[in-house]
Ligand binder design. Sequence first.
Ligand code: BGC
Length: 462
Amino acid sequence: MSDPIRFPEGFLWGAATSAYQIEGSPLADGAGPSIWERFVHSPGLTASGETGDLACDHYRRYASDVRLMADLGLNAYRFSIAWGRVLPAGRGKVNPAGLGFYERLVDRLLEHGIQPAVTLYHWDLPAALDDRGGWLNPDIAEWFADYAQVMFRALGDRVPLWTTLNEPWVITDGGYLHGALAPGHRSLYEAPIASHNLLRAHGAAVRAYRAEGKHRIGLVVNLEPKYPASQSAGDQAALRRADAYMNRQYLDPVFHGRYPDEMREIFGSAWPDHPAADFDLIQEPFDFLGINYYTRSVIRHDDRALPVRASAVRQPQHPYTETDWEVYPEGLVAVLTWVKHHYGDMPLYITENGAAYYDAPRPVDGRVDDPLRVHYFHEHLRAAHAAIREGVDLRGYFAWSLLDNFEWSLGYSKRFGLVHVDYETLRRTPKSSARFYAEVIRSGGAALGETPSRRTVIGSAR
Ligand code: BGC
């Protein structure tokens, strides 16, 4: 006998965004420039030279955006703070006008019964700190903890859920190894240093939070389960390296106090020796893990794909999104159960999950129908529920993203929103996927259909 799907009482139903991707007005009211401000204004680095100068103009439209969230029935909203709005030089003097924006946003959310979930760092490092080496300078752990402390003191009583970093892997791989993201460096030697300082900064911010006597802070990582393309020894070894590089590089140190052995295999002489004492800081216990899940990859050995020597094999039997990511909901069950078994049972949140698909630039007859995105959310929300049935302590789900927005170096070419943004008028139109998600929330999950019978529950990848 099957029952309708039901999520646990108190489950957080949210949507996520990040500051630079939606706010616009990045230099307003005394804000200091970020590395993204510099990156987008360097010719040729983003698609069609697009910038976040206006983005969704959320900086000025936040109040109506919060009303939109309330209309959808969201009870949580994950957003990030632009560090440079609050501390224009990255450290030192606080800019009350910048801080004031986030205070008003938080108050507005609370008025509507929406829990704010704050990300302290979603990639927009103050440029003044980049001038001092940014994530390559070991002092950044202290700079970050000082900034975090300002935020905890200003908003700690109103914000129930904090996360330190969004996706350290992307920050390092995109920003310091392959250069597709700000600050656009390409260095095998810098990437491991940036990673290590990110983890030290995370630990230092958790300590600063504890010093305020608080206990709901976590880290957000993007996880992508890796599957072997074949049983050959070469593909199996490539699988281990790919998994270590993307999935274990950040979780092993924070939970086990060491990097995976494969890191040295991947980086060779560029892999530094880290002082043992750093791991005390890195291992500072925190309260939950946020997981961003989009896709999986099937891995084969590939000598040209440096430094990991592994590449993904396309899976023609499955659909792909517009960012060319395979749609693979079973992978969500796999990562959630893997975290539980590998790192221990702890509260987990899906802090991002969603898909880019083509939507017309303008609504047609006032509507935006996005059946592919509806299907994506349907399948992934069912997978989230399947993981709960497997015993995972999943506390919430945040769709990426609330609004169509600035997709980093891809500019506005990829739409991830539940809510369509007409970039000429900035008018917001909830898509069919937003209405579908609202119905799932209203029904506590029942709109997703029945639970699959025990036998068909999808299993773990590993
Ligand atoms: C990031 C978002 C991004 C999304 C889609 C995640 O890696 O946190 O900022 O827009 O993926 O690419």
